[in-house]
Design a protein around this ligand. Structure first.
Ligand code: GAR
Length: 217
């Protein structure tokens, strides 16, 4: 886990090079693109990659003047097949990527990929982990009757939404919430904490001790 926590592999003064992987609308990708467009932000988006050819996330990249790449996922539904996984790894290496940001990427990342970018893969998840891992977590929280929902940025490990937690934010669940209204409120917080987490990593301000991610001020 140490490479990302210590700021990634790059020359002093250079910005951390990100890849954003996503399958859908890409609102989290957008806030990362916007943050990286700020002159003082310590990271830049090298490429946005999707496993869905017509995903809106790719349009967002093109509009921002960032390379947008569709890489077919292969024959499986929930993960990249081994050949596709190698193509993803090669594409990231070719572009000198120092941090992989999952933003609504709806496939499980397996060991070969994680080993290739050890400690340098992070994810935004729409729940207060370890509660409600998996899919449509805001809906899981609503259906369960939770009074507080939220989101988590975490390092990715071999489990499902189980890696060390970088940042979390909570939102109340209101009596008249629907899945849509709750997800919208969770996303407001996602859009705040994801760029913040990237900044902390890019500035080398995180240290991992066991499961705990410790922040240096
Ligand atoms: C986000 O809410 C993100 O937390 C979630 O997908 C949404 C993508 O939205 N991710 C997961 O559920 C991963 N398990 P976006 O495309 O607008 O960023």
């Amino acid at each position: 886990m140490s490479p990302a926590a210590s700021g990634g592999q790059r020359a002093a003064g250079n910005k951390l090079r990100l890849v954003i992987l996503g399958s859908g609308s890409g609102t989290n990708c957008q806030v990362l693109l916007d943050a990286c467009a700020q002159p003082g932000f310590p990271a830049q988006v090298a490429v946005v990659i999707s496993d869905v050819e017509d995903a809106k996330i790719l349009d967002r990249a093109r509009k921002a003047g960032v390379e947008a790449l569709y890489l077919p996922p292969g024959r499986f539904r929930t993960k990249l097949d081994p050949e596709a996984e190698q193509r993803y790894i090669a594409a990231l290496r070719e572009r000198g990527v120092g941090l992989v940001c999952l933003a609504g990427f709806m496939r499980i990342i397996k060991a070969d990929f994680l080993n290739a970018f050890s400690g340098r893969v992070i994810n935004i998840h729409p729940a207060l982990l370890p509660a409600f891992p998996g899919l449509e977590s805001w809906k899981q929280a609503l259906d369960y009757g939770a009074k507080v929902a939220g989101c988590t940025v975490h390092f990715v490990d071999a489990g499902i939404d189980s890696g060390p937690i970088i940042l979390q934010a909570a939102v109340p669940v209101l009596d008249n919430d629907t899945a849509q209204t709750l997800h919208a409120r969770v996303q407001v917080e996602e859009h705040r904490i994801y760029p913040e987490a990237v900044r902390l990593i890019a500035e080398g301000r995180l240290r991992i001790e066991g499961r705990r991610v410790i922040r240096r001020e």
